[in-house]
Design a protein around this ligand. Structure first.
Ligand code: HEM
Length: 131
């Protein structure tokens, strides 16, 4: 396997043409010149992101794992350390935020105190009625 090159984001932007179509996805540089006509999503969408960071576009389409495997073939290099971006991972929908957890704890009705206080009140009331 040939050694991977290192590119600055500027280099990718400046060197990309229709003859050498490159873009960046997750800090990795892809040369899709030979893939343009074979891309199932068409060549136009790819041409739109030539020279750019196409991570968001690529992710938003929800590419299959087959597509992710296919990418390896066009991976020619990585973005240099100084130009790397930390991409945000999507939050899992079921994870409670700290805020929600805290407000639940703060709520008197949701705490252990509510049934205890209710029990005490009932005891006092009963002994008052019966006594
Ligand atoms: C090397 C990079 C890429 C590879 C190997 C690739 C591969 C594929 C494959 C295999 C599909 C068929 C559906 C699937 O299996 O997910 C697809 C569909 C598609 N791709 Fe890509 N793709 C790449 C980059 C991109 C980028 C950067 C964009 C957007 C700018 C894009 C936009 C689309 C669109 C719009 C479709 C059609 C989705 C549909 O019809 O529902 N792709 N791609």
């Amino acid at each position: 396997m040939p050694e991977l090159k290192r590119f600055s984001r500027r280099e990718v932007a400046e060197r990309s043409t229709k003859q050498q179509a490159m873009f960046i996805i997750y800090n990795q540089v892809y040369d899709v010149t030979k893939f343009l006509d074979d891309h199932p999503g068409g060549h136009e969408v790819l041409l739109d992101v030539i020279g750019k960071d196409a991570t968001t576009d690529f992710k938003d389409i929800g590419h299959s794992s087959d597509a992710n495997d296919m990418m390896k073939k066009y991976h020619i290099g990585d973005v240099i350390e100084e130009d790397k971006i930390v991409y945000q991972k999507p939050k899992a929908a079921w994870v409670d935020t700290d805020e929600t957890a805290e407000s639940m704890n703060d709520s008197f009705l949701n705490s252990w105190k509510f049934p205890v206080v209710l029990g005490l009140l009932m005891t006092v009331l009963y002994s008052y009625i019966l006594g």
